[in-house]
Ligand binder design. Structure first.
Ligand code: SAM
Length: 333
């Protein structure tokens, strides 16, 4: 395995090119050098608090086998490996991760990068291989989230049960830009499966704002006359998410990677719901690095793998110029 960045992608001008070409292969994004657009904030007991950290670089050594490959990138909170997750996952130690989040290719024949294969006859067998490894990494009580088409998440959920995980939720994430399919209902959601390894050790309640009309500002529901008794911080988060924006506008996405990326708002929820500051989140399909950027901003440790776009993730951290979607969630202690 090498750590070359020969993806053929256009590179941004600036320091990143120099950094990527430099030896040794691990790129250290020194936290003191990076202009952070946001303070690292967390919610404790319903109050926003600023977290204090020692500004060191994350050391992945305790999490990986002694013979493992060097990460491509280390930041204050996490480490990224460039390569195939099926080859790299066995190098990570068991029972080390609090939350797994996986957004794999959906087997729709999409063009990701040169090495990625999004048209597999053995798609479910391939999924079972990385899922087994991810389950092995999870600590007892850890959470497992995976995002996919409903068609795939039905057998994947079945396999997670076979692996001994416990079902928590099928979260329907509404999507607006899906084309109609002749002879079928109009597809309008993706599935976010949420399982845990035994009883979940962390589940933080999230509240979403009471819905108002975006034209007149008035509340859209009367809550059957019980409005006065409602929690002023909002309503319990439902398992149907209709408020996750698509990543369309260029300020929310990398200009070096055209393939799909998830909204920071979806990852905000996954991370806040299932972890505390300094917990460890793992994502085997890094893409443009949304999971890692959210973890870094929220003071969670993270480890991840990406086959084709590790350099795009390095750029995301170095330039720190991809905006987060607005999120008015309220997190209880
Ligand atoms: C759906 S995208 C993930 C997008 C990501 N959640 C984001 O918000 O940017 C899937 C990613 O998995 C990567 N990938 C595909 N096969 C892989 C493999 N075997 N190991 C690691 N990454 C892989 C692709 O290059 C692609 O970037």
């Amino acid at each position: 395995m090498t750590f070359s960045f020969d993806t053929g992608l256009p590179r941004k001008s600036g320091n990143a090119g120099t950094l990527l070409d430099r030896q040794p292969p691990t790129i250290i994004i020194n936290p003191k050098r990076v202009k952070r657009s946001l303070e690292i904030m967390s919610v404790q007991g319903g109050k926003q608090v600023k977290l204090e950290f020692s500004h060191q670089v994350f050391d992945p050594t305790p999490y990986v086998a002694a013979s493992s490959h060097r990460p491509t990138l280390c930041t204050e909170f996490g480490a990224l490996w460039s390569g195939d997750c099926l080859e790299l996952l066995p190098q990570i130690k068991s029972d080390t991760v609090d939350t797994v989040f996986a957004d794999p290719p959906f087997n729709l024949g999409k063009e990701y990068g040169a090495k990625s294969n999004d048209r597999r006859d053995d798609y479910l067998d391939w999924c079972k291989r990385w899922i087994s490894e991810c389950v092995r990494l999870l600590k007892p009580g850890g959470s497992f989230f995976t995002y996919n088409l409903p068609k795939w998440n039905i057998p994947i959920g079945n396999y997670l049960e076979e692996c001994g995980l416990t079902f928590r939720h099928w979260i329907a994430v509404e999507i607006s830009a899906c084309l109609p399919i002749p002879g079928r209902l109009h597809p309008s959601h993706y599935s976010l499966l949420y399982y845990s390894k035994g009883k979940p050790k962390t589940f933080r309640r999230i509240r979403t704002p009471i819905a108002v009309c975006r034209h007149c500002g008035k509340e859209v529901k009367d809550y059957g006359g019980h409005r006065g008794a409602m929690n002023p911080n909002g309503v319990n988060l439902k398992d149907v998410w209709t408020d996750i924006p698509p990543v369309r506008h260029k300020k929310f996405k990398s200009d070096s990677r055209k393939a799909n990326a998830l909204s920071t708002k979806l990852l905000d929820r996954v991370v806040e719901m299932s972890t505390h500051p300094c917990d460890m989140v793992f994502d085997p399909f890094g893409g443009s690095g949304t999971t890692f950027a959210v973890c870094e901003r929220k003071g969670r440790h993270w480890m991840g793998i990406e086959l084709d776009f590790a350099d795009v993730i390095v750029e995301r951290f170095e330039f720190d110029d991809i905006k987060n979607h607005k999120n008015d969630d309220y997190i209880e202690g």
